[in-house]
Design a protein around this ligand. Structure first.
Ligand SMILES: C[S@@+](CC[C@H](N)C(=O)[O-])C[C@H]1O[C@@H](n2cnc3c(N)ncnc32)[C@H](O)[C@@H]1O
Length: 274
C-alpha cells in the first residue's frame, strides 16, 4: 500500500522563506517586472500611504515606495522572514527609509491610519479564506481608496504547477488536492476577477491583462519549482529523489514542448466606495 502521510507540510511563510535562493534567481525575470507592471496600474501617488500585502522581497513595494516618495509611506507585510530580509537590504540600498517591511499575517494586520492604496501581487489565493482575507484588506482602505490585485491567468501558471506536481508525485505520491473548488479559479479570468471584486463591494473595477512569457532554459523549470509554491511538493525529499524529480520535470516538459513559463497575469484595481 502506498503511504502518503509522510509528505511534510510547512506554513506558507516558512515555505517561501525556504525558497529564498531560487526565488531571488527568478526575481529579475519574473517577480520584479511583474511587480513594476502592477504599480504601473495601481499608480501610487506622491505622499500616499500604501500597504503592500504579501510583499515577498518587495517586487511591488519597492516601486511603490519610489513613487510615493519620502512624504509617503509604504508598509510591506509578509510571513516569509527570509524574503523580507532581501527586501530590506534593497530598500536600504535605494535609500527608501519610508518603506517598512513587517513580518506577519496580513489578514490580521492593523494600522494606525487607513491606506490610500492596498496592493497585493499573487497573494490572496494563499489566504486560508480568500474572501475574508481580502475583505480585511479592503477594510484597511480609506473611503475612496483603491485596492490593486495581481493574479495568474488560468491555463498559464497553473499548467507549470501541474507539471511540477506530476513530476514530484511520480517520485513520491502526494495527497490528492482538496476536493473543494480551488479559489484561484474565481480570480483567474478577467470577468471572474472583476465580478468577485464587485461582490466585495468595490466600485470602478478595471482588470488589465498582461501577457508575459519567460523562456525556460537549462535548469530554469527546476529553479522555478524550488523558488515558488510548488516547492511544497518536494519538501523532505533526499538528494536522490530531488534529482529524479528534476530529471522527470525536464523530460516531461521537453516531450510536451513546454518551453516557456507562462506568467500571464491579471492586474485589477477597484475603489472602496466613499
Ligand atoms: C507568490 S509570492 C509573491 C510575493 C510578491 N508579492 C511578489 O510578487 O514578488 C506570495 C507571497 O505571499 C506571502 N503570503 C501568503 N499568505 C500571507 C499572509 N496571510 N500574510 C502575509 N504574507 C502572506 C508568502 O509568504 C509569499 O511571500
Amino acid at each position: 500500500m502506498t503511504v502518503i502521510s509522510a509528505v511534510p507540510t510547512l506554513p506558507v511563510g516558512a515555505l517561501f522563506s525556504q525558497t529564498r535562493r531560487e526565488f531571488a534567481s527568478w526575481y529579475s525575470r519574473l517577480w520584479g517586472p511583474l511587480g513594476a507592471l502592477a504599480t504601473g496600474v495601481s499608480r501610487p501617488r506622491v505622499g500616499e500611504r500604501v500597504l503592500d500585502a504579501c510583499c515577498g522581497s518587495g517586487a511591488s513595494a519597492l516601486p511603490a515606495a519610489r513613487a510615493v516618495g519620502a512624504t509617503g509611506h509604504v508598509d510591506a507585510v509578509d510571513m516569509a522572514g527570509a524574503l523580507l530580509d532581501q527586501g530590506r537590504a534593497e530598500a536600504d540600498r535605494q535609500g527608501l527609509a519610508h518603506l517598512r517591511f513587517h513580518r506577519g499575517d496580513v489578514t490580521a494586520w492593523r494600522a494606525d491610519a487607513p491606506y490610500d492604496l492596498v496592493q497585493c501581487c499573487y497573494g490572496v489565493f494563499f489566504f486560508p479564506d480568500m474572501e475574508a482575507g481580502t475583505r480585511h484588506l479592503v477594510d484597511l482602505l480609506r473611503p475612496g481608496g483603491r485596492i490593486a490585485l495581481s493574479t495568474w491567468v488560468g491555463g498559464g501558471m497553473d499548467s507549470m504547477v501541474r507539471r511540477a506536481r506530476e513530476a514530484a508525485s511520480a517520485v513520491r505520491p502526494l495527497p490528492a488536492p482538496p476536493a473543494a473548488p480551488d479559489p484561484r479559479t474565481r480570480v483567474d479570468s478577467a470577468d471572474g476577477l472583476a465580478a468577485w471584486l464587485r461582490s466585495l463591494g468595490l466600485v470602478d473595477v478595471a482588470v488589465h491583462r498582461v501577457d508575459y512569457r519567460v523562456p525556460l532554459l537549462g535548469d530554469d523549470a527546476w529553479m522555478f519549482l524550488l523558488g515558488a509554491a510548488p516547492r511544497r511538493f518536494v519538501l523532505g525529499m533526499d538528494e536522490q529523489q530531488l534529482g529524479r524529480v528534476r530529471d522527470r520535470l525536464h523530460a516531461d516538459m521537453a516531450a510536451a514542448g513546454h518551453s516557456h513559463l507562462d506568467a500571464s497575469s491579471l492586474i485589477a484595481v477597484g475603489v472602496r466606495p466613499q
